[in-house]
Design a protein around this ligand. Structure first.
Ligand code: NAD
Ligand code: MG
Length: 398
């Protein structure tokens, strides 16, 4: 029986809501008992209030200060404290809990992940952008507080499960699998006219809009290479990417003796979330079953780096070091959101990232007078301004 006092940051999103659903399913099956300390959401106050009424957290927070009254009203009579704004999200993340899910999207999740890291709780990290911006200091902060960081991204959860944590020298390579996204086989000439609706329709995974665009450009796999390098202290040249359109093998570790260990499962984020929730134990829930005979075959191919330049750009940013990964991430966020707003063409997403990387001097993310989180966010802000001006320039030229 798994017992946890839980906080979910980004509870109303795809990963956040899956976390709460999984907890409910595990409880219904007698496999777990969960108390909720805090839930945070964004604009969707109705969903947050519904989740809060179900889980009765001590605190419910909307990131949007303009929605505080709506949240208060939706929670009236429940005794649940309602709060709003970034400071309140950080306060939710700072509260004592056994397990904190960081599932806010984008660098907007960094400050709360940073706060959660200092509590000593197990930090289940879905918010890959915070690792990309602040990987080594964030990992170190969790360790120093006596907590544990468990990756939720399916590839990193896979590697985490088959990695020799006590003998990392046994590893020759990490192999990240990639679905290839919705445009793996689209003729190159058709890529120019891709719409946001086409880009968010992922063939295997149901996810939030931003990560769906990232999967379509393969910037997501680029972010994941950086994430893996930090999580498993692996140089960029020892992290391979292989396209595996069925998304059944979630990633692999190749050992020095020629053995490769893989983790498999149907593409459902609840499985890596369940792994993080119970680790080092396991928790039962009505998981979809893997039926390899019905699948028949698993296929693999090399990623097409000409078609998806974002993957190469991410590797270059990681190699450049310093805060180049922060710049990569910020430019990609600006470009992906501009594409979703129909202000930028699909093929220009990677162009904006490349241009921003070449314009913003990659300075070192070190402590100095500021902590690593503040330093990363300062670079993030600078890169965003630059990326926005590049987007505007492209729009004006179009
Ligand atoms: P989503 O868009 O569905 O949800 C994002 C959540 O963050 C929502 O609760 C939203 O209200 C909140 N949020 C957004 N902006 C915020 C802000 N400025 N301040 C505070 N809260 C804010 O996103 P998602 O798909 O659930 O992804 C969440 C994270 O998990 C991302 O970093 C993503 O890369 C990662 N991830 C997601 C999946 C997946 O299957 N969805 C898989 C692997 C990793
Ligand atoms: Mg992933």
């Amino acid at each position: 029986m798994i017992r946890r006092r839980v906080t979910v940051l980004g509870a109303t999103g795809s990963v956040g809501a899956s976390t709460l659903e999984l907890m409910a399913q595990a409880e219904a099956g007698g496999a777990g008992v969960f108390e909720v300390e805090a839930l945070t959401g964004g604009a969707n106050v109705a969903r947050l209030a519904e989740q809060a009424r179900r889980w009765k957290p001590r605190l419910a927070v909307t990131a949007d200060p303009a929605r505080l009254d709506a949240l208060r009203e939706a929670l009236s009579g429940t005794g649940i404290e309602a709060a709003a704004g970034e400071a309140a999200v950080i306060e939710a993340a700072s509260r004592p809990a056994d397990w904190i899910m960081a599932a806010i999207v984008g660098a907007a999740g960094l400050r709360s992940a940073w706060a959660a890291a200092a509590t000593g709780a197990t930090l289940a990290l879905a918010n890959k952008e915070s690792l990309v911006c602040c990987g080594p200091p964030l990992i170190d902060r969790v360790r120093r507080a006596g907590g544990r960081l468990i990756p939720v991204d399916s590839e990193h959860s896979a590697i985490f499960q088959v990695f020799p944590h006590d003998a990392p020298e046994q590893v020759r390579k990490l192999v990240l699998t990639a679905s290839g996204g919705p445009f793996r086989t689209t003729p190159p000439e058709a890529l120019a006219g891709i719409t946001p609706e086409q880009a968010v329709a992922h063939p295997n995974w149901s996810m939030g809009a931003k990560i769906s665009v990232d999967s379509a450009t393969m910037a997501n796999k680029g972010l994941e290479v950086i994430e893996a390098a930090y999580l498993f202290a692996m140089p960029v040249d020892r992290i391979d990417v292989v396209v595996h359109p069925e998304s059944i093998i979630h990633s692999m570790v190749e050992y020095i003796d020629g053995s490769t260990l893989a983790q498999l499962g149907p593409p459902d984020m609840k499985t890596p979330i369940a792994c993080a929730l119970a680790w080092p134990e396991r928790i039962a829930w009505p998981a979809p079953k893997l039926d390899l005979a019905a699948l028949g075959r698993l296929t693999f191919e090399a990623p097409d780096e000409a078609r998806f330049p974002a993957l190469k750009l991410a590797r270059e940013a990681l190699r450049a070091g310093g805060s180049a990964p922060v710049v990569f991430n910020a430019a990609n966020e600006v470009a992906a959101l501009a594409f979703l707003d129909r202000r930028l063409a699909f093929l220009n997403i990677a162009a904006v990232v490349a241009d921003t990387l070449s314009r913003v001097t990659a300075s070192g993310v070190d402590s100095g007078s500021r902590n690593a989180c503040d330093a990363a966010l300062a670079v993030d802000a600078q890169a965003r301004r630059e990326a926005e001006s590049i987007v505007r320039g492209l729009a004006a030229a179009a």
